[in-house]
Design a protein around this ligand. Sequence first.
Ligand SMILES: [Zn+2]
Length: 484
Amino acid sequence: MSKIKSLEIKIGLEVHCQLTNLKTKLFCSCSSDYRGKEPNTLICPICMGMPGTLPVLNEKALEDAIMVALALNSKISERMLFFRKNYFYPDMPKNFQISQYDKAGGVPFALGGYIQINGKKVRIRRIQLEEDPGKLSYDGTIESSNHTLVDYNRAGIALIEIVTEPDMETPKEARLFLEKLRSILEHLNVSDGSLEGSMRCDANISLKGGKRVEVKNISSFKEVERALNFEITRQKNLVLRGMVIGQETRHWDETRRITVSLRMKEEEQDYRYFPEPDLVPIIIPRERIKEIEQKMPELPDERRKRFIEQYNLSPQSAEILTRSKAMADFFEESVKIYGNPKEISNWMIGELSSYLNEKSIEIDELTLTSKQLVDLIKLIDEGVISRKMAKSVLQDMLLTGKMAGDIVKEKGLEKILDKEYIGSIVEKILKENPQAVKDAIFDKKAMNYLMGQLMKKTEGKIDPKMASEVLRKRLSELAKFITP
Ligand SMILES: [Zn+2]
């Protein structure tokens, strides 16, 4: 096994993010709101590449891309060129994609930069602006289907492609990188990661001594970790059998959860890139970048630091709470309603996060609102229910969408706080356990047994602090009459 441990893993990502906050496509005025629409209805001669049509760059798309580049610490090119990437595939109505190129005189929209994850910098190689192809759908999988359907509503949607250096060493780091990227894009309000297919990813992975294997078609961030784990195991097994890993492109089959070979190196495609003759080079004025820079919203790293200072949270808590915009927003909304950030953060990081992990969902997919969580926390602070009870109430809230107060009433979970009533239960327990009473008088540890009996009798509803006070007092009174 030592042989495997020494295999140094390098992972690089190529992420495609749709700019979802645009009204129209990248080069025409077709609506970009394509999800759930009748196939092939949001198209025009421009995005279908009819002869004689001319593309016009969406200015807002360029502004959104500038914000992304600034947030990723990248250097924005002064002069930008679009290139045609030529290929024949049914998802491409024009037989070429308007994209960018880093060779043959081409300069991508932005170069360099980084994203910080857990104190580590993952370097960005380049950022490009390009159009999305159409969408192919199959009956089942690509291999089993006997027909392919194509929908061009997505063709021409604005995409940014972010390519990293191979700086990640584990599938988990790759997932953290993608989560951070999503959080940044959502804070910028340029891309909504919760929309189906808005963020897609190809990953390249190499083990020490082996060639680079590219895994294509990973449709969601959740799948990335899975696909990479599969690929690492596959490559390690090859190495163990003494085989050499050659350069290859593989396809992630989401249904079967395996990677399948698409092509080996010798079949590498030639896209015959050349500058798009229908678009002039675009000069990005430095003043415009400065203007945008000044309007930049708060980003996750800044928000994390603010959470530590403003709410007195630990760095770890602030890190978890700012991992997604939805999480950070939920936290701040809750604090606004009820100023107990410590308790709110504890519940979100503890119970809520484990529920989200278990169900593999995001916080904004819950019916639970920040007001509902706060109501639950208030019930604990007011001493109506115990912390332990509150955990089961929260589970009920998540399942039924009911308010905490209603669940507590329905199930009769209120804590027993009536001193007289507590006294009467204590008497009952003392009568039922004469030997334990004797033991408890001379050995303080035996008192725990009686406390346990009290909890059991009241199904955990008795207030432990009050109960132990009453019990202690009664035992000290009884001690006068009993000799060892
Ligand atoms: Zn169009």
